[in-house]
Design a protein around this ligand. Structure first.
Ligand SMILES: *Cc1c(COP(=O)(O)O)cnc(C)c1O
Length: 376
């Protein structure tokens, strides 16, 4: 039987919560399940306000409006990321400025961010790749020095810690994903995490189609009306009910993934000692969430051959991120700062192996055996 790259994990509480949401009779957004999910996120991250959205992409779009991105404003980010990181800003006329990534964590290289800053720079968007934290202390002090806004793309970052601090709780804002491919899922789903209290009121308006409905529901105004730009960014209650079941199991889901991740790490150590491929590197002061296990092949020409081989053996391994600066839209809408050599090398040499809570350790052993036999 084929081992897929990903298989959505169901905790067992989902149907009960979905039935309860239906019985409660409130199916549009911001019902009791949405509020419970938001409180969970607020408690877990310590943020000022968490607002559920229908995707991380939507949360990034809200963040771009909140950051007041104007046409021509520049936003510093890695090119080694998903299209939404850049797209959210391009929609506002902003110009993504791509900076290279570090060889060890594959995160934006904080040491070369300064060189990309000019008078048009408005924001920095660090992406916590594979749930491994970016070097946030350096990024936050650069942002403070140049008065820039920091929006964490924490799509992959739930349950990870940077020097003891939850990802998403460090920048002015952060965007989280609950897409089926992530650790905690609601099919499609996401959240905007707001740490800067000055942004909360406007965020609630932007999320509610640019109206002050939230203030109206709280009894703060006597009718509600169009007050700002916005869209409909809130999920319905069924999505939130599904999400609540997952959030309640966030610790056990992360533990299951970590066991799998560590098994890969141990079983594949010989590929590293034989100089065939290297494994992920986690900074010693960080705790990650086992979102992705990857190998970086020393000879990138082996990569597609290995993917084909694993596919024939029934293993769903994948590569990812055509760097945004090479993509069709990226070439049209964004610019580059410096040389993006690490980005291009990683993109050509990465192999992601299956990681999902229901993957057995026997299956991991099988996958590792096949990967090792490929090189021998
Ligand atoms: C998955 C992902 C997104 C998009 O998340 P959606 O919830 O699918 O919109 C954005 N950025 C990164 C880095 C991602 O991995």
């Amino acid at each position: 039987m084929k081992i897929p790259f990903n298989r959505p994990h169901i905790t067992g509480k989902e149907i009960e919560y979905l039935s309860e949401a239906i019985a409660l009779g409130h199916l549009s957004g911001d019902g009791s399940y949405t509020k419970r999910c938001q409180r969970w996120l607020e408690k877990t991250t310590g943020c000022n306000k968490a607002l559920l959205t229908h995707s991380c992409t939507a949360a990034l779009e809200m963040a771009a409006i909140l950051a007041d991105i104007q046409p021509g404003d520049q936003i510093i980010m890695p090119s080694y990321t998903f299209a939404s990181t850049a797209n959210a800003f391009v929609l506002r006329g902003g110009v993504p400025v791509f900076v290279d990534i570090r060889k060890d964590t594959l995160n934006i290289d904080e040491r070369i961010i300064r060189a990309a800053i000019n008078e048009k720079t408005k924001a920095i968007v660090p992406v916590h790749y594979a749930g491994v934290p970016c070097e946030m202390n350096t990024i936050m002090s650069i942002a403070e020095e140049y008065k820039l806004i920091v929006i964490e793309d924490s799509a992959q970052g739930i349950m990870s810690l940077y020097r003891g601090r939850p990802l998403g709780s460090i920048g002015h804002m952060a965007a989280v994903s609950f897409h089926e491919s992530k650790n905690i899922i609601s099919g499609e789903g996401g959240a905007l995490i707001i740490n800067d209290p000055n942004l909360v009121e406007r965020a609630e308006i932007i999320r509610e189609k640019g109206t002050n409905r939230k203030a109206f529901l709280k009894g703060m105004v006597d009718k509600y009306t169009w007050v700002d730009m916005g869209s409909s960014y809130l999920p319905g209650e069924l999505v939130s009910a599904l999400l609540m079941a997952q959030l309640e199991s966030a610790h056990s889901i992360t533990e299951k993934r970590m066991k799998i991740w560590k098994h890969y790490y141990e079983l594949l150590s010989e590929l590293e000692s034989q100089d065939k491929a290297r494994r992920p590197q986690i900074p010693s002061d960080c705790i990650h969430n086992a979102h992705i296990f990857y190998l970086l092949l020393n000879d990138w020409k082996d990569r597609d051959v290995l993917l084909d081989y694993l596919d024939r053996e029934g293993i769903g391994a994948v590569s990812h991120y055509v760097p945004l600066h090479i993509s069709k839209a990226g070439r049209q809408w964004s610019i580059i700062s410096g040389i993006l050599e690490n980005t291009e090398v990683v993109s050509k040499s990465i192999v992601r192996l299956p990681v999902y809570p229901d993957l057995t350790l026997e299956e991991v052993k099988f996958i590792c055996g096949k990967a090792i036999s490929f090189f021998n």
